[in-house]
Design a protein around this ligand. Structure first.
Ligand SMILES: Cc1cc2nc3c(=O)[nH]c(=O)nc-3n(C[C@H](O)[C@H](O)[C@H](O)COP(=O)(O)OP(=O)(O)OC[C@H]3O[C@@H](n4cnc5c(N)ncnc54)[C@H](O)[C@@H]3O)c2cc1C
Length: 471
């Protein structure tokens, strides 16, 4: 997949001019058209070039989102919902121009229901905001992508993170949501019941739809009780394969590990320098267990034995909160630490996910490919889910390097698909992975296109994302 393959979207100059006039008049200072702010709203954390929207509207209510969408629908102008812009595949780009709806001012926590372990929030609340708000309730929201993303953006990309192996992804943790659809009408997809068999699952249709079907304006989320005891630590391994085999055995034995993250030697070097960690520069697993005091101790011991059988260890673990926090902060900063391995380079992040039994095979083949192609590309991953990231560091001004990175990514994505996995475990398709969707889902893409056509016949909701323009 080359940059030239990015889905083109035709600009509707007349419609855009009309909508700019309407929104300026209606929203005043809350509608911005300056180049810097427009660029910032299409900014992508990868090498995909910025394609700025024509204006940014800072909506504060569902009714305002409806107004903006209606104006855009009337003039056939694209609408791109925006959370904090931490997505990695050109998701917030505006290839045909249009209006970015910034949800950062829709940041109210509308209800917390401790007895039912759920809460309702507006889409601009970030995951860290929510957890700060919940601190005194004994509850927490477990989904933790590396960035402090908005909950609307996280639902829209079906995000996950280090805790997903225990608590699931946004797919499992959004109970229902309200969205403004392409015609400006709102839909609420469910109630607060823990389960429901009421018709088609519209919640899960919108979760992961990347703003291509509707703009989410509130979400009801599942919460978890903060565990009585948490322990965690780091275990070094002689090879990446040994670390992967330990992950596979841990999951297959049903140890309810809360986090199990794979770090290769190069990534470990970056983290040691950037986050001042004092661990060996070898492949490692970062692990965490949640439960009772006795439970976490038992899980840690069993894990230590499995690691030892695979040639790993010593497994050093602790229940001291500050030490664990330092470890997981370093893990969440892995992306930024990687960039220091090649100053000036940009990162192209991948996120394939394979069935757990194929993890070691997929990771070792990938590591061999990195070496053969001469890339600087650390590996880190949510290995308990069979999900891992390779961050290819490249000089984006060098077309040969871009071509090589794209070749590597294509091989990696196809390898995962051939192993009955996916090209994206959590980042989504955006623009960057459009070329792989049909290879993964075949006729499923045609069904998606029919859904898109039915719900957004004018193709105004984040056009150019997820679905290939043709074929
Ligand atoms: C350092 C780093 C680490 C990361 N680690 C992880 C990780 O571990 N796991 C993971 O899953 N992701 C990870 N990501 C990716 C990113 O954080 C997620 O994709 C995140 O879920 C996007 O949220 P956002 O608020 O930034 O959304 P944005 O980037 O603003 O938008 C993302 C997409 O969602 C749509 N959208 C946003 N808000 C709404 C809304 N209210 N209604 C409808 N559509 C909307 C947008 O149109 C766009 O298509 C990482 C990113 C970075 C930079």
């Amino acid at each position: 997949m080359a940059l030239s393959d990015l889905n083109p979207v035709e600009r509707n100059e007349e419609g855009i001019a009309a909508v700019l006039g309407i929104l300026k008049q209606r929203f005043g200072e809350r509608f911005q058209t300056g180049a810097a702010i427009r660029g910032q709203h299409a900014h992508t954390t990868t090498y995909i070039p910025t394609q700025a929207p024509d204006g940014v509207a800072f909506a504060e209510t569902t009714a305002e989102v409806q107004e903006i969408v209606r104006a855009c629908a009337a003039h056939r102008v694209p609408v791109i919902a925006f959370g904090v812009g931490s997505s990695l595949e050109g998701h917030t780009n505006a290839p045909g121009g249009g209006i970015s709806i910034d949800t950062s001012r829709m940041n109210r926590i509308l209800a917390v229901n401790p007895q039912d372990l759920d809460c309702t929030v507006e889409p601009g609340v970030t995951r860290e905001d929510l957890n700060r708000h919940l601190r005194d309730t004994g509850l927490f929201f477990p989904i933790d992508p590396g960035a402090n993303a908005s909950l609307g953006g996280m639902a829209a990309t079906r995000a996950s993170g280090t805790n997903a192996v225990r608590y699931g992804t946004m797919r499992e943790n959004v109970l229902s949501l309200t969205a403004v659809m392409a015609d400006g009408e709102t839909v609420t997809t469910g109630k607060r019941a823990k389960k429901s068999s009421a018709g088609y699952d519209l919640t899960r249709l919108l979760v992961g739809s990347e703003g291509t079907l509707g703009v989410i304006t509130s979400l009801t989320l599942r919460l978890q009780g903060i565990p009585q005891a948490i322990s965690g630590g780091v275990c070094p391994f002689p090879s990446l394969e040994a670390a992967c085999n330990t992950v596979i055995a841990t999951i297959q034995m049903g140890i309810p590990v809360a986090r199990i993250e794979l770090i290769n030697a190069l990534q470990m070097r970056a983290m040691k320098n950037y986050s001042k960690l004092d661990y060996p520069e070898s492949p490692c697993l970062f692990v965490e267990f949640h439960g009772s005091d006795a439970g976490v101790a038992e899980q840690a011991e069993t894990f230590g034995m499995i690691a030892e059988e695979n040639g790993g260890g010593p497994f050093l673990w602790t229940s001291v909160a500050e030490e664990r926090t330092k470890l997981w902060k370093a893990r969440h900063d892995a992306y930024w630490s990687s960039l220091t391995l090649r100053p000036g380079a940009k990162g192209l992040s991948t996120d394939v996910c394979v069935p757990i039994s194929r993890l070691a095979e997929c990771v070792t083949e990938t590591e061999a490919d990195i070496a053969e192609m001469g890339l600087v590309a650390p590996i880190v991953g949510h290995a308990g889910d069979g999900n891992f990231h390779v961050l290819v560091l490249m000089d984006v001004d060098n077309p040969a390097e871009i071509a090589l990175a794209e070749k590597f990514v294509a091989r990696l994505n196809m390898r995962a698909i051939a192993m009955e996995g996916t090209c994206t475990g959590e980042h989504g398709i955006g623009q960057g992975k459009v070329g792989f969707l049909r290879r993964e889902l075949g006729h499923g893409v045609d069904i998606m296109r029919m859904i898109k056509q039915a719900l957004d016949p004018l193709n105004i909701m984040n056009p150019g994302k997820i679905l290939p323009a043709a074929g």
